[in-house]
Design a protein. Structure first.
Length: 331
């Protein structure tokens, strides 16, 4: 690779730089601001691992301007006396893409160019206006003929706008994630030292569903948006169709064990929606219960942190997952 190509690669790997820069000596607060909810989670090092040290939640009016929202976040920070202004946040935008890829006979040095072409086509934007990142599946290091993983891309302008919002709130965003990455962080943390069967995680907000299948360290993600004014309330068939599609894609692309269950969560997951999805699925579906004895003991150890009484009204999964740092794999 010549000098100009290397320079172009470093300049255009926007999400790689912005989404994966960390302050090594300070554990950031996981902050999720979306859908009228603010969730902040902070973990500290403990003898037996990480300990949930602080959890704060609050609602806000989604109609707020960015200036008003920045003020709201700033006041939220003061009120809850969170231990640091260094944050890991989540990007929420309909223009975000997150998709699996699998290429044969593509050399590692060629992967960046191949993925940028795919991102350009998906977003219909030139390379200089795109921020992107990718994660490689573990099998890619074992099978040199095939490279597989996950591509994440968004308009660079959208990423910068999100970072400016955090800075206007007096925060230092060292990492910008997406919902599915945060869910993976949390699921891996809660199932540490175990070998869980393949699982499908579904995180629902008012108009977006993050669907990701985890299997032996590899991931198959899908982001689904509801174009209905009422969100998923009148559009559940479309959601069910896409969950089915994600399961089928996994089944066709892997020879591993089948998905054992669906775990659903999110502030938009109403009881009727849960029932409809469970009835339609061919694999067992259940609500992801963070407050189970097993999960709470893993999260809290011996320290007490207050969880909101109406836990299902807040999307805690993303905030908690963001507080656990980004996955070890990544570019």
């Amino acid at each position: 690779m010549n000098a100009s190509a290397k320079k172009e690669k470093l300049r255009n790997r926007g999400l790689s730089g912005r989404l994966h820069r960390w302050v090594k000596d300070e554990h950031a607060v996981g902050l999720d601001v979306h859908d009228g909810h603010i969730v902040a989670a902070h973990f500290t090092k403990h003898n037996s691992g990480l300990l949930l040290n602080a959890l704060a939640v609050e609602t806000y009016n989604p109609a707020l301007s960015e200036k008003e929202l920045a003020h709201c976040i700033r006041e939220f920070w003061k009120k809850n006396k969170l231990p640091t202004r260094t944050v890991c946040t989540s990007l929420h935008t309909p223009s975000l893409i997150s998709r699996s890829f699998s290429y044969t006979n593509v050399l590692p040095d060629e992967l960046h160019r191949v993925l940028t072409l795919e991102a350009e086509e998906a977003l219909q934007l030139p390379l200089e206006r795109i921020a992107l990142s990718w994660h490689l599946n573990p099998s890619s290091s074992e099978n040199k003929k095939e490279i597989s993983g996950v591509l994440i891309a968004a308009p660079r302008k959208t990423v910068l706008q999100h970072i400016k919002l955090m800075q206007a709130a007096g925060l230092y965003p060292v990492n910008v994630e997406i919902d599915s990455s945060a869910a993976i962080n949390l699921y891996d943390f809660l199932n540490k030292n175990t070998e869980p069967a393949p699982v499908c995680l579904v995180n629902l907000t008012s108009h977006m569903a993050s669907v990701v299948i985890l299997s032996d360290g590899s991931v198959w993600p899908r982001i689904v948006y509801s174009g209905s004014e009422t969100g998923w309330q009148d559009n559940l068939d479309y959601l069910i169709e896409n969950i089915d599609g994600a399961l089928l894609h996994y089944q066709l692309k892997t020879t591993g064990d089948p998905v054992s269950k669906l775990l659903l969560t999110g502030n938009a997951l109403q009881n009727k929606a849960m029932e409809r999805i469970a009835e339609a699925m061919t694999v067992p579906a259940e609500r992801w219960n963070l407050t189970s004895e097993k999960n709470m003991s893993r999260l809290l150890h011996s320290k007490s942190v207050d969880f909101p009484e109406e836990i299902d009204a807040f999307n805690l999964i993303t905030g908690l997952g963001l507080g656990l740092r980004y996955p070890k794999r990544g570019h």
